[in-house]
Design a protein around this ligand. Structure first.
Ligand code: SF4
Length: 97
């Protein structure tokens, strides 16, 4: 009998995220043309926090961020992402899944 497959999206549903309204812990520095590293975050971020706007610039909505650090590492050479942990009491809670 085959085991039932659990998708990543299903597992992410068990997490809880406490939004620190008005104080995002990650931001993208202003830019006109994003580097290839920054653009790649549209596909690399496991929480889907990065997206391109109509001008092709990359934006972040850090609600749901898993604090994995991928975006911090990928853009470490370009410095396009300002990365901090959330303040105490905010951010991801993993204890539900
Ligand atoms: S730390 Fe991980 S989950 Fe959070 S925005 Fe960066 S890549 Fe996405």
């Amino acid at each position: 009998m085959a085991e039932s497959m659990i998708k990543v999206e299903d597992k992410l549903y068990f997490n809880r995220f406490v939004v620190d309204a008005g104080k995002p812990h990650i931001s993208v520095r202003p830019h006109k043309i994003p580097s290839a590293q920054l653009r790649s975050l549209e596909y690399m971020c496991p929480a889907g926090c990065y997206s391109a706007n109509d001008q092709g610039q990359i934006e972040i909505a850090p609600d749901g961020c898993l604090e994995c650090g991928t975006c911090r590492i990928v853009t470490s050479a370009t410095g396009e992402v300002e990365w901090n942990y959330p303040r105490g009491g905010f951010g991801i809670l993993y204890k539900f899944g």
